[in-house]
Design a protein. Structure first.
Ligand code: SF4
Ligand code: SF4
Length: 289
């Protein structure tokens, strides 16, 4: 079996139904490794209820700490730190942890060994089995910022799991927006499914997302969620996308059962298997595969 086909479900912002749609695709895929790369607000596990069999810390970066007992206040390190992270305060030098990039230069130059570089291990990666297959997901620690590296590591583990389980797909609930973690989730993937809503801001966010994915030459399909809440805007989005050569692979109507299924920890295809949304998502999935 060749390399699994990597699908990333993205949206220009949170709250567009991205996670509900990913969960439904996880059910429909039958042979996928599922990942949640929305590490700032991972919630796919709330629907898929995976059983975690292993977890590990992931260090996203390092920070310098000055031992004030040892420091002779020679002034070398604050002069050399190009991030201006070392300040003089209360009669001594200290490192501003938000400014420090953990480059380690201060440790190298300190003549009295007063600087320690500490690894931040606040992030966690979970290995689990869900009712639709193996699932790897992560959570960013409090005040952690480098989520792009965490996303890359989750994807690497998902690829290893897919190889072991001979999965056909890797299905990822991606982070919202167009920042560093989104770039990490798109790089090297085979298909982006962009979920949007028929609003001006939805269209604006979608355009930025399409521009970003275009840089990686990853094909994009679009799903318009709650399309019937603003049919004119839906038509505008469809026409604009046509002009860019991008296909709208499906339109999902507004239905409050989508939220009710979430609250019950079920995919919409389990909660209302004969409903319009379940039918439409099954049709979209068939078209994708
Ligand atoms: S580790 Fe680098 S960025 Fe942090 S305080 Fe030292 S020199 Fe500055
Ligand atoms: S180089 Fe070492 S001794 Fe000098 S100010 Fe920095 S921490 Fe203190």
């Amino acid at each position: 079996m060749g390399k699994p086909f990597e699908i990333v479900v993205l949206s220009g912002k949170g709250g567009t139904g991205k996670t509900s749609i990913t969960a439904a695709f996880a059910l429909l895929a039958e042979n996928a490794v599922i990942t949640d790369c929305d590490v700032d607000a991972a919630d796919l596990h709330l629907i898929l209820s995976p059983v975690v069999y292993k977890s590990e810390n992931f260090a996203s970066g390092s920070k310098a700490v000055i031992d004030r007992e040892r420091c002779t206040a020679c002034g070398f390190c604050p002069e050399l730190c190009r991030f201006e992270a070392i300040e003089f305060k209360n009669n001594g030098y200290y490192v501003d942890e938000y400014a420090c990039e953990g480059c380690g230069l201060c440790k190298e130059v300190c003549p009295v060994g007063a600087v320690n570089i500490l690894k931040y291990e606040n992030n966690r990666i979970y290995f689990s089995n869900s009712r639709f297959g193996p699932m790897v997901y992560g959570k960013l620690g409090i005040a952690e910022e480098n989520s792009g590296r965490l996303v890359s590591r989750i994807r690497q583990y998902a690829q290893e799991t897919a190889k072991k389980t001979r999965a056909r797909y890797i299905l990822t609930d991606g982070p919202p927006g167009i920042g560093c973690p989104v770039i990490s989730s798109v790089t090297g993937s085979d298909l982006v499914i962009a979920v949007t809503e028929p609003t001006r801001s939805g269209w604006h966010d979608l355009q930025r997302l399409i521009e970003m994915t275009g840089r990686f030459k990853t094909p994009v399909l679009v799903i318009i969620n709650k399309y019937d809440l603003n049919k004119d805007m839906t038509i505008t989005i469809e026409n604009n996308l046509k002009g860019k050569g991008i296909k709208v692979s499906g339109k999902i109507p507004y239905d409050e059962t989508m939220i009710r299924s979430l609250l019950e920890g079920k995919t919409i295809n389990e909660f209302k298997p004969h409903g319009t949304i379940a039918y439409e998502l099954s049709r979209i999935w068939e078209a994708i595969v």
